[in-house]
Design a protein around this ligand. Structure first.
Ligand code: COA
Ligand code: AMP
Length: 627
C-alpha cells in the first residue's frame, strides 16, 4: 500500500514538466502552454507562463457546451433564511455572464479589482465567477470582519467596484452589512466608483445616489458578457490572510496553475467524479471556500453546496447530516471545530440515524490540527474514511493529504498523511539544516511550489521573497512546525509564528495587539492564542496601562474586548483581556509569548535563559492559569 502514491509523487518532483503538462490537459486553453514550468525567474517560478485560458469558461461554459447544461451546478441551502434553491450549469452560466455584463457596464475591465463582501448567498459565487469571466481580479472579504478590516482591504486592493448585500444572518441575528461597507469606504482613502448591493428581504440597505446599484435591477437589464482570455500568470484573485504583522497580506492566485491543480485535486485527492455532489462547509471568505465551494467542484463538473448555516443551532446538531441526505453529498469537507461543536451537542451521534447518509464516501477535515479525539469520534460515527489534510491560504490546495482517489493509505491519527504530488516537503532546524525523521522542526517546501500556490503578495513585489523564502534559500517557509515519522507520514503540530487558528479561522495576534495598543490608556500589550476545547484556540490579551492611568482596570479590559470586536470583528472571539503590571521580556526586549502560552495551556516549558524579568513571568502565572 502506498506504492502507487510513491511513484506518482516521485514523478511529480523529478519530472514536474511532464507531470503537470499532462494534468494541464484537464483544462481548456485558448492557447496551450508550451512552457510548463518557467524557471527563468527562480526562486519565483511560474507555471504555464505562455498559456492562455479563462477560469470561468472552464468552470461553467464548457460543461454546458459538453452536455451538462441541465445538471445541477450549485445548490443553495440556507436554514437561516429559510430558502433552498438550485442552479443548473445553464442557469449558472446565464447569471454569471449577465453579472459579468453588469460589471462591464460599470467600467470593470481586465485586471481591475472587485471587492466582494457578501454572506453565503449564490450571488457570492456568481460575482466571483463573473470577475473571472472578464479577467477582473476579485478579492472576497469574509463577512465576519468589521468595517476597519474591510477598509484595509479596500485600501490595498483599490477596487473599481464593491459587491455587497444588505445583510448577513448569524443564526437568528440579522447583521446589516451596508453600514459596515459605508464606514469602510469612509475610512479608506481609495473610493470605489460603484457598489452593487443585493437587497435581502431581512434588511433594506439605504443606497448612495449615483454610487450604489441594486443587484436585481442591474441584472434585469444586463446583457451577457463573453469570456475574456487571460494569461495563465494573470491574477484570478487576491485573498487577504493574517500574517505575522498587524497588516493582512494579499495572497495573489494566478489563473493557470490554480485551474490545473484544483482540477487535478478533485479526482486524485478527493476521489470525486464529475456529476457528484461536493460540499465544503466553509465560507467563501476563506481559501477553503474559494477553492472547494467555488472553483474546484465546478472545474470538475460536480454540483457544489453553498450552505448558509452553522453545524449547530440551525436548527440543531443534525444539520450536517440533513444536508448530506437532502442532496446526496458524496464528499464532505469541513473544519474539525465544526465536528467538535456537533459532538458537544450530540455526543452519542443520536441524530445521525435519522438521516440516510449512504451517498457519503469521504469526510475531509482541514483548517486546523485534527485532534485524535475528534478524528476517532467522526470515524466511529460515520464509518467512512475520515481524512485529515493540511494546507494554507498561500497554497490554495492541500500540501499533505491521504489521496483517496489515487491510493488510500492507512490513517495515522494526528497526521495528515503524506505530501501531495507537487509538494517536496522537508523539515529543517532553525539553521535551515534538514533533520531526521522523528525530529521536530520547521516545515518547509522545497522550491518550486506546486502549481496554484502563490508567489506574489499584492502590492509588494518583495514581500513574498522576504516573508516566505528568506529563512532557508531554496525553500518556502510554511510557518508550521512538525515532523515526519519513519514511514514518511507528516505530523503538523501548529504554527511557529504569531498566527493563531480560531474555529478554523486564521488570525494574527499582531493584528489584535495593534488594536489593543491603540487604546489611549494602554502602554503595551501582548496577545497569545490559548487552547480551547471547541475552537482549537482562542486569543487572550494582556495589557499594561500607561503610568498615571487611574481608571478602573476592569472597565478598561471590557473596553479593550469591545474595541477588538468593533475593529476586527466578532470572529476574533477575544473574550478576555487582563490588565497586568508588566510583560515578561527577553533582555533584547522581545515579549515572551511562547512562555506565556505554555503556562496558559498547562505545558511545562523551561523558562528561557534570555529572560530579563523572571518576576514578571511569575506574577502572570495565576492570571494565565485561570480560565
Ligand atoms: N458574519 C458576521 N458574524 C460572524 C460571521 C459572519 N460571517 N461568522 C462568525 N461571526 C460571528 C459569530 O456570530 C460569533 O459572534 P458572537 O461572538 O456574537 O457569538 C463570532 O463571530 C464568533 O464566531 P465563531 O468563531 O464562528 O463561533 P460560534 O460560537 O458562532 O460558532 C462554531 C462556533 C464551531 C460552530 C463555528 O465556528 C463553525 O461553524 N466553525 C466552522 C468553521 C469553518 O468551517 N471554517 C472554515 C475553515 S475550513
Ligand atoms: P489558512 O491559511 O486560513 O487556511 O490557515 C492555514 C493554517 O491552518 C496552516 O498554516 C496550519 O497552521 C493550519 N492548518 C490547516 N490545516 C491543518 C491541518 N490539517 N493540520 C494542522 N494544521 C492545519
Amino acid at each position: 500500500m502506498g506504492e502507487i502514491y510513491r511513484d506518482v509523487w516521485r514523478r511529480s518532483i523529478e519530472d514536474p514538466e511532464g507531470f503537470w503538462g499532462e494534468a494541464a490537459r484537464g483544462i481548456d486553453w485558448y492557447r496551450e502552454p508550451t512552457t510548463v514550468l518557467d524557471r527563468s525567474t527562480a526562486p519565483l517560478y511560474q507555471w504555464f507562463s505562455d498559456g492562455e485560458l479563462n477560469t470561468c469558461y472552464n468552470a461553467v461554459d464548457r460543461h454546458v457546451e459538453r452536455g451538462r447544461g441541465e445538471q445541477t451546478a450549485l445548490i443553495y441551502d440556507s436554514p437561516v433564511a429559510g430558502v433552498t434553491s438550485r442552479y443548473t450549469y445553464a442557469e449558472l452560466l446565464d447569471q454569471v455572464s449577465r453579472f459579468a455584463g453588469v460589471l462591464g457596464d460599470l467600467g470593470v475591465r481586465k485586471g481591475d479589482r472587485v471587492v466582494i463582501y457578501l454572506p453565503m448567498i449564490p450571488e457570492a459565487v456568481i460575482a466571483m465567477l463573473a470577475c473571472a469571466r472578464i479577467g477582473a481580479v476579485h478579492s472576497v472579504v469574509f463577512g465576519g470582519f468589521a468595517a476597519h478590516e474591510l477598509a484595509l482591504r479596500v485600501q490595498d486592493a483599490t477596487p473599481r467596484v464593491v459587491v455587497s448585500a444588505s445583510c448577513g444572518i448569524e443564526v437568528a441575528r440579522v447583521i446589516e452589512y451596508k453600514p459596515l461597507l459605508d464606514a469602510a469606504i469612509e475610512e479608506s482613502t481609495h473610493k470605489p466608483e460603484h457598489c452593487v448591493i443585493v437587497q435581502r428581504p431581512q434588511a433594506q440597505a439605504s443606497m448612495v445616489e449615483g454610487r450604489d446599484v441594486d443587484w436585481a435591477q442591474a441584472m434585469a437589464s444586463a446583457s451577457a458578457a463573453p469570456c475574456v482570455p487571460v494569461a495563465a500568470t494573470d491574477p484570478l484573485y487576491v485573498l487577504y490572510t493574517s500574517g505575522t504583522t498587524g497588516r493582512p497580506k494579499g495572497v495573489v492566485r494566478d489563473n493557470g496553475g490554480h485551474a490545473v491543480a484544483l482540477h487535478w485535486s478533485m479526482a486524485n485527492v478527493y476521489g470525486t467524479q464529475p456529476g457528484e455532489v461536493f460540499w465544503a462547509a466553509s465560507d467563501v471568505g476563506w481559501v477553503v471556500g474559494h477553492s472547494y465551494i467555488v472553483y474546484a467542484p465546478l472545474l470538475a463538473g460536480c454540483a457544489t453546496v453553498l450552505y448558509e448555516g452553522k453545524p449547530v443551532g440551525t436548527p440543531d446538531a443534525g444539520a450536517y447530516w440533513r444536508v448530506i441526505a437532502d442532496y446526496g453529498v458524496t464528499t464532505f469537507f469541513t473544519a474539525p471545530t465544526g465536528f467538535r461543536a456537533v459532538k458537544r451537542e450530540d455526543p452519542t451521534g443520536s441524530l445521525i440515524g435519522s438521516y440516510d447518509l449512504s451517498s457519503l464516501r469521504y469526510l475531509f477535515l482541514a483548517g486546523e490540527r485534527l485532534d485524535p479525539e475528534t478524528y476517532s469520534w467522526a470515524s466511529e460515527q460515520l464509518t467512512i474514511p475520515v481524512i485529515d489534510h493540511w494546507w494554507q491560504t498561500e497554497t490554495g490546495w492541500p500540501i499533505a493529504a491521504n489521496l483517496v482517489g489515487l491510493d488510500l493509505m492507512p490513517v495515522k491519527a494526528g497526521s495528515p498523511t503524506v505530501p501531495v504530488p507537487g509538494y517536496d516537503v522537508r523539515i529543517v532546524d532553525e539553521a535551515g539544516v534538514e533533520v531526521e525523521p522523528g525530529v521536530e522542526g520547521l516545515i518547509m517546501i522545497k522550491l518550486p511550489l506546486a502549481p496554484g500556490c502563490t508567489s506574489r503578495v499584492w502590492g509588494d513585489d518583495h514581500k513574498f521573497t522576504e516573508a516566505y523564502l528568506s529563512h532557508t534559500p531554496g525553500y518556502y517557509l510554511t510557518g508550521d512546525g512538525g515532523h515526519f515519522d519513519e514511514d514518511g507520514y507528516l505530523f503538523v503540530m501548529g504554527r511557529v509564528d504569531d498566527v493563531i487558528n480560531v474555529a478554523g479561522h486564521r488570525l494574527s495576534t499582531g493584528e489584535i495587539e495593534e488594536i489593543i495598543a491603540s487604546h489611549p490608556d494602554v502602554a503595551e500589550c501582548a496577545v497569545i492564542g490559548v487552547a480551547d476545547d471547541l475552537k482549537g484556540q482562542v486569543p487572550r490579551g494582556l495589557a499594561v496601562l500607561k503610568a498615571g492611568v487611574t481608571r478602573d482596570p476592569a472597565t478598561i479590559a471590557d473596553e479593550l474586548v469591545a474595541l477588538v470586536r468593533e475593529r476586527l470583528g466578532a470572529v476574533a472571539s477575544l473574550r478576555r483581556v487582563d490588565v497586568v503590571a508588566a510583560l515578561p521580556k527577553t533582555r533584547s526586549g522581545k515579549v515572551l509569548r511562547k512562555s506565556m502560552r505554555a503556562i496558559a495551556d498547562g505545558i511545562d516549558l523551561p523558562v528561557p535563559s534570555t529572560i530579563d524579568n523572571v518576576a514578571a513571568l511569575d506574577a502572570l502565572r495565576p492570571v494565565l492559569e485561570s480560565h
